[in-house]
Design a protein around this ligand. Structure first.
Ligand SMILES: C[S@@+](CC[C@H](N)C(=O)[O-])C[C@H]1O[C@@H](n2cnc3c(N)ncnc32)[C@H](O)[C@@H]1O
Length: 295
């Protein structure tokens, strides 16, 4: 992928540009390689015929079927990513970037990289001046992540290493830890020293028992502003006088847990507030109090 071509100043298809071919409900990622043909179930497309055409143009396949040619958005690449593991969905990726405060120049540790969907979002967000340190316990995940980063021209922003992060990792003075792995609570303590004292912790987990263990570990280790939430995305069938949520789709992806590191290595137990807090942030006091009151 040529990231430089995917800018608003480029209005016409250039040779070898990445394209999003839209046909009704279906869309395909393709490359405008001169002389090549792109096959679809509605006929093939001569890619040379697209070069020089403005994006947004309606064109025809070899069987006379209409299609439109657009520039791919970042999520189009990740949705069509080649994968060996479950991927982070775009709705969760957006929230992860905001809650972990991933921006230009940040130094981020990610584990496990899996197929690299989240790694691509992180690498795009940290820009040229930031860096992502990606770890996984499986060599196949490291290789898949490397392949997917290379296809997006992002490999220089990421260092990949085979490593079990529950046993510790090398990079220090990190701005954020982003864990999408089965036991993130083990990473809470093993990686605390790698994170800046006020850095961001974020974990993505599919089940509630993982949420409880991770929140408990964060509070125990002196993290504050600990929050856990789920994002529910409902796509709509929009039709005149009959708009309603779609009945098919992905209804559960996972839960996001976030917190801020501190120099404490024990729970921060502030005095109880004079009146109930409006905030939904979990404090150590709330969490440990509730352990004594089952149900
Ligand atoms: C669900 S996948 C991550 C998917 C990834 N976020 C994506 O968007 O493509 C979980 C990954 O965690 C890795 N993993 C499990 N335990 C780990 C550990 N202790 N340290 C590093 N990686 C680990 C697994 O090998 C697996 O590749």
């Amino acid at each position: 992928m040529d990231l430089n071509l995917n800018t608003d100043s480029v209005m016409n298809v250039r040779p070898d540009a990445d394209l999003l071919i839209v046909m009704g409900r279906r869309s395909y990622l393709a490359r405008a390689t001169p002389g090549s043909r792109f096959h679809t179930d509605l006929g093939y497309i001569e890619m040379s015929g697209l070069i020089g055409k403005p994006y947004g143009t309606e064109l025809k396949t070899s069987t006379g079927q209409s299609f439109l040619v657009l520039r791919p958005a970042f999520r189009d690449y990740t949705e069509k990513l080649s994968r060996t593991t479950q991927l982070i969905y775009p709705k969760d990726a957006g929230a992860i970037l905001v809650w972990a405060d991933i921006r230009e120049g940040k130094r981020v540790l990610e584990a496990g990289t899996g197929s690299g969907a989240l790694t691509c979002y992180l690498a795009a967000a940290v820009g040229e001046s930031g860096h992502v340190y990606g770890f996984d316990v499986r060599q196949s995940s490291i290789e898949k992540t490397r392949e997917n980063l290379r296809m997006r021209g992002l490999e220089n922003r990421v260092t990949l290493e085979l490593c079990d992060v529950t046993l510790g990792a090398k990079p220090n003075q990190l701005d954020a830890l982003v864990l999408d792995m089965p036991s993130p609570w083990l990473g809470v303590t093993s990686l605390k020293g790698n994170l800046r004292p006020d850095g961001h912790f974020l974990a993505f987990v599919p089940t509630m028992n993982q949420v409880e263990r991770t929140v408990g570990a964060l509070l125990q280790a002196g993290y504050v502003r600990v929050e856990a939430f789920e994002l529910i995305q409902r796509f709509m069938d929009a039709k005149p006088n009959a708009t309603r949520p779609k009945t098919a789709g992905v209804f559960h992806t996972g839960y996001i847990i976030s917190g801020r590191n501190t120099l404490l290595d024990r729970p921060f137990l502030p005095p109880p507030p004079p009146r109930p807090l409006a905030s939904e942030t979990v404090t150590s006091q709330d969490f440990f109090d509730s352990l004594d009151k089952p149900g």
